[in-house]
Design a protein around this ligand. Structure first.
Ligand SMILES: NC(=O)c1ccc[n+]([C@@H]2O[C@H](COP(=O)([O-])OP(=O)(O)OC[C@H]3O[C@@H](n4cnc5c(N)ncnc54)[C@H](O)[C@@H]3O)[C@@H](O)[C@H]2O)c1
Length: 268
């Protein structure tokens, strides 16, 4: 990948683990100063230390994305450190794997607070810097769950809403040269789902035959944050190996033997 983020400053929420860790690492490897923001303090500090030991620029900032005062503190600290912010990745996210029947109101609000309000606050707090600079890229991490129903209703609702937030923010910030896009991963095996019961079934329904790697997601986040994407805003990119393209039809076609040699289970 041929990105250069020399002289740029990137803020990555949920940057201590999983996809955020890969995104923070990729930005740092390509020259950015990276603010790793998370509630996982040990992992965040360890990643920042590791990146610095490789000669890269990184610092850890404790941040609960659902808390506006945390954002104020972190944005002030980042601008004291680097005096600009070019890239924001609203990556922090949670789910509870509960049904409508089981969700407590406080749990529902917690998911919405982190996944949706956290992204809104990030945009609201960082946008003034980008407006002033007349440039910037914001990438919100949605999900392919934002294109259908998903068994967790709060997660589904929050991720559909992140798509809408992306489009509104893209319109409002476009005249300032600030772009806002949404990356929607499918299955990526990380701490959020490592021991979940559905992994094998989901991989079995993915046309590309595997889960995405964290690097697959980070590469798209970096592209959207790069000059190569300078005309792309308000857009959403699904990275799920064809699952959203039609997993059910694909499975039916496979089992019916329509796709030739790869057709397993097509004996009848
Ligand atoms: N893994 C998947 O299959 C998958 C699929 C689609 C979308 N996503 C989305 O990708 C994003 C990253 O998830 P991941 O797979 O890397 O999961 P992960 O659990 O490995 O990482 C999430 C990170 O967010 C941090 N975090 C949680 N609450 C926070 C808060 N209040 N403030 C700041 N940080 C917080 C966690 O500490 C963790 O470091 C999430 O938005 C998730 O919804 C994941």
């Amino acid at each position: 990948m041929n990105f250069s983020f020399e002289g740029k400053v990137a803020v990555v929420t949920g940057g201590a683990n999983g996809q955020g860790r890969a995104e923070a690492t990729l930005f740092a490897q390509h020259g950015a100063a990276v603010a790793i923001c998370d509630v996982a303090h040990e992992e965040g500090e360890a990643l920042a230390t590791e990146l610095r030991s490789r000669g890269l620029q990184a610092r850890y900032f404790p941040l609960d994305v659902g808390v506006a005062a945390d954002w104020d503190r972190v944005i002030t600290a980042v601008s004291d450190w680097q005096s600009r912010i070019d890239i924001l990745v609203n990556n922090a996210g949670i789910l509870k794997r509960k049904t409508i029947a089981d969700y407590l109101e406080a749990e529902w609000r917690h998911v919405i607070d982190i996944n949706l309000t956290g992204s809104f606050l990030g945009i609201q707090k960082v946008a003034p810097f980008m407006r002033e600079q007349r440039s910037g890229s914001i990438v919100n991490i949605g999900s392919n769950a934002a294109f259908s129903g998903h068994p967790d209703p709060a997660y589904t609702a929050s991720k559909w809403a992140v798509r809408g937030l992306t489009k509104s923010a893209a319109l409002e910030l476009s005249t300032f040269g600030v772009r806002v896009n949404c990356v929607c991963p499918g299955l990526v095996v990380t701490d959020i789902n490592r021991n979940a019961a559905h992994l094998c079934t989901m991989i079995g329904m993915t046309p590309m035959g595997r889960a995405a790697e964290v690097e697959d997601i980070a590469a798209m986040v970096a592209f959207l944050s790069s000059d190569g994407a300078r005309m792309i805003t308000g857009e959403e990119v699904v990275i799920d190996g064809g699952f959203t393209a039609g997993a059910a039809y694909w499975k039916v076609a496979m089992e019916a033997g329509y796709y030739g040699a790869r057709n397993v289970g097509a004996s009848a």
